[in-house]
Design a protein around this ligand. Structure first.
Ligand code: NAD
Length: 351
């Protein structure tokens, strides 16, 4: 199996690449333009594996992507490359529109040209999975769950561009017959998570005794999933999902942001005792505009059709994640030191 992964130097993409190579024994071409969010160190476990290849390329670059298709000849594409940080999308939406919308358009056109050139047997095998988010559905009322038929209603520039890209992918299936699948997943957490997002930022600030900012009253609800469970779900959907379909992915781990941060503080306290409880570091800051109140996923389609279930509970995954950050300062130290968020006016954690 030859899989072209875009965005494989990012948080989820690198977990996908590690899973495909180490657990599945597939050949992978990782295509990534290496933005600020990319860390090649996340690929250390596979970088010397003969099944792994890397090409620095931008998904908006039609020539580079077309030649990657014709040289690597993938059976599958897993498209994860995106601008992903909601707070950045509010201070500067252009990169989000260009990469998430135009980049996806370009990937679809290159995939279509390549797919149309294949022999019939190869055409039947080919699949393009587009990795998206539950944020396309907008904010959810208490008690409800997002299903695959929930109406799209995005609130932020980030989620609007992801919604637009999902619509393009569906159109390429209906208009050109491209064999696509879409996944819409809830918030991920785990090792190798760039330390501007809520969970890793709270972990590192708790470890270093720095203030931990929480938006508004901290009661926003997210449905958390351990990143390795997401990677397994994506491989399963890409391999056995019904083409043309969307699959929601979630772990039924609904937590208020304030409870996530409190859990982090208490696990860090238990691992490195301090004179004062880390909860005292929590500061409530002005909420961001357009902040959705609640996300929660009905993942029953994926569970019933493909037998997927998360292996990691929220609590065990959080402990594993914190222990990973404690043992891997080589990975996050330089990212913290060179972080450009303050220059961009990003002082609070997004999710
Ligand atoms: P990330 O920001 O950690 O990584 C994105 C990667 O894409 C980086 O390596 C970056 O260099 C690359 N990239 C960005 N623009 C590019 C371009 N123009 N050309 C080529 N490469 C480019 O993101 P992530 O959290 O790993 O998310 C991956 C995907 O999963 C995204 O599509 C995101 O929308 C989706 N998603 C994320 C979450 C989450 O909780 N993080 C949840 C659901 C879905």
């Amino acid at each position: 199996m030859r899989i072209l992964v875009t965005g494989g130097a990012g948080f989820i993409g690198s977990a996908v690449v590690r899973h495909l190579i180490v657990d599945k024994g597939y050949d992978v071409l990782n295509l990534d333009s290496l933005t600020y969010a990319a860390t090649l160190g996340s690929l250390k476990p596979v970088k010397n594996n003969p099944r792994y290849r890397f090409q620095k390329a931008d998904v908006r670059d039609g020539l580079a992507i077309a030649s990657a298709f014709s040289e690597f000849r993938p059976n599958r594409v897993m498209h994860l490359a995106a601008e992903s940080h909601v707070d950045r999308s509010i201070t500067g939406a252009r990169d989000f529109v260009e990469t998430n919308v135009l980049g996806t358009f370009n990937m679809l056109e290159c995939a279509r040209n390549y797919w149309e050139s294949l022999k019939p047997a190869e055409r039947t095998e080919f699949r393009f999975i587009h990795v998206s988010t539950d944020e396309v559905y907008g904010s959810l009322a208490d008690g409800d769950l997002f299903s695959e038929t929930t109406r799209y209603d995005p609130s932020s520039p980030y989620s609007a561009t992801k919604a637009a890209s999902d619509h393009l992918v569906k159109a390429w299936a209906r208009t050109y017959g491209l064999p696509i699948l879409i996944s819409n997943c809830s918030n991920n957490f785990g090792p190798y998570h760039f330390p501007e997002k809520l969970v890793p930022l709270a972990i590192l600030n708790a470890i270093e005794g720095k203030p931990i900012s929480v938006y508004g009253d901290g009661r926003h609800v997210r449905d958390w999933l351990f990143v390795e469970d997401h990677a397994r779900a994506l491989d399963l959907i890409a391999g056995r999902g019904r083409t043309g379909e969307s699959y929601n992915i979630g772990g039924r781990n609904e937590r208020q942001n304030i409870d996530v941060v409190r859990s982090i503080c208490s696990i860090v306290d238990s691992l490195i005792p301090a004179r004062r409880p880390r909860e005292e570091l929590i500061r409530f800051v002005q909420d961001r505009p357009g902040h959705d109140m609640r996300y929660a996923i009905d993942g029953s389609k994926l569970q019933t059709e493909l037998g997927w279930a998360p292996l990691e509970s929220f609590e065990s995954g959080l402990r594993r994640t914190i222990e990973w950050y404690l043992g891997n300062e080589w990975w996050w130290g330089p990212l913290r030191k060179n972080y450009d968020g303050a220059r961009l006016g990003l002082t609070t954690p997004g999710d």
